[in-house]
Design a protein around this ligand. Structure first.
Ligand code: ZN
Length: 352
């Protein structure tokens, strides 16, 4: 296969660039591509990193994974794009600097249906996604979250209806469950259906792949942003290896030394919760990875003098995934990303 200037050679690692647009200063904007091609044919798995430019752990995990896998006997192909958002990486920013847009909201959108021409970031996403969807048997989009984050994997919800038979959707769901389990981090289902739609998360890379195109896909959150968390990076390298094992691409699984677990019996889902109704300075009483009971005080909101104004309690049981960054909070600001019991099904009829 050929992706940009990277051309696969059986049994070898090939590198190159995919040009995605032209910059005003004349140079092409390019994303780096690494193709690890096995001696024998098999599935094609895409692994992408740093679509948010301030999330370098995904990029580094890909670099280390390529080193790890290059001498192994491989069936099939791994295509890596370690830097999906080169402009965001240059500025250490989540968004791209062309128009300050979030690149991970523009996948699977149909161009030409709007009156307004698509922005350059949207065009870049369309161009990259066209190449991905043409060959991907699975897509793994490596991310990180807020600075204080316990690593976890987001599992997209799978739909059936006019666009997809229920039996096909069940197979897709089961495959996503198998691959996310193989990756090894705690698994948290995507937000509930309404919130997923409100946040345009069906147009993230993995949302579009799973929801629109029926490609097994998921999104690991490899700890916090800005710095590479080495233990999570190592867990991701082992996780990627074990996804290949679950896909019949390598002969043996590997044991991952860094263990991250949330000991839940039933499915969990993402929830931004709780919020503070009082402005002030936040002092957390919990940290990432901790379990929380309903009614438990998770934070105090204090005055500039350090006196407690109010206590913020969790309404749901669950686990702390992230504490929000910064100490100054305004009315109704969120305080935690949590994993709470999932009251919806991972498989859903669409439209409901
Ligand atoms: Zn991200």
């Amino acid at each position: 296969m050929k992706v940009g200037t990277a051309e696969s050679v059986p049994g070898e690692v090939s590198t190159g660039y995919l040009s995605v647009t032209t910059l005003p200063t004349g140079q092409p904007e390019q994303v780096p591509v690494i193709i690890v091609d096995g001696e024998d044919p098999g599935p094609t798995i895409w692994v992408t990193g740093t679509i948010h430019g301030d999330e370098p752990t995904g990029m580094t995990a890909i670099h280390e994974f390529v080193t790890h896998i290059r001498d192994k006997l491989l069936q099939g192909t791994v295509v890596c794009v370690p830097i999906m958002n080169p402009s965001g990486l240059r500025t250490n920013a989540r968004t791209s600097y062309y128009h300050d847009e979030d690149p991970n909201r523009y996948f699977g959108l149909q161009s030409g249906t709007d009156e307004i021409p698509p922005s350059v970031q949207r065009l870049i996403c369309e161009r990259v996604y066209k190449v991905i969807r043409a060959s991907a048997d699975a897509v793994i989009s490596l991310h990180t979250s807020w600075i204080a984050t316990y690593p976890y994997t987001i599992r997209p919800r799978v739909t059936y209806g006019d666009h997809r038979e229920k039996t096909t959707a069940i197979e897709l769901r089961d495959r996503i469950v198998e691959l996310t389990d193989a990756f090894g981090l705690p698994v948290v289902n995507q937000f509930g259906c309404d919130e997923t739609k409100r946040r345009s998360l069906d147009h993230t890379l993995t949302g579009a792949a799973a929801t629109e195109d029926g490609i097994p896909a998921f999104t690991p959150e490899l700890g916090g942003r800005f710095v590479v968390e080495q233990d999570v990076c190592e867990a991701a390298v082992g996780g990627l290896h074990n996804v290949l094992y679950a896909s019949g691409m390598v002969a043996e699984p590997v044991t991952v030394s860094a263990e991250f677990t949330l000991p839940a019996e039933n499915d969990l889902k993402r929830s931004v919760h709780p919020h503070t109704d009082t402005a002030g300075i936040v002092r957390y009483r919990v940290q990432e990875g901790e379990s929380v009971e309903p009614g438990q005080v998770v934070a105090d909101i204090v005055t500039p003098h350090g006196e407690t104004k109010t206590q913020v309690r969790a309404e749901h049981p669950g686990y702390v995934l992230s504490r929000y960054e910064g100490v100054a909070v305004y009315e109704n600001d969120p305080l935690l990303d949590m994993a709470v019991p999932d009251d919806e099904s991972l498989l859903r009829k669409h439209p409901v």
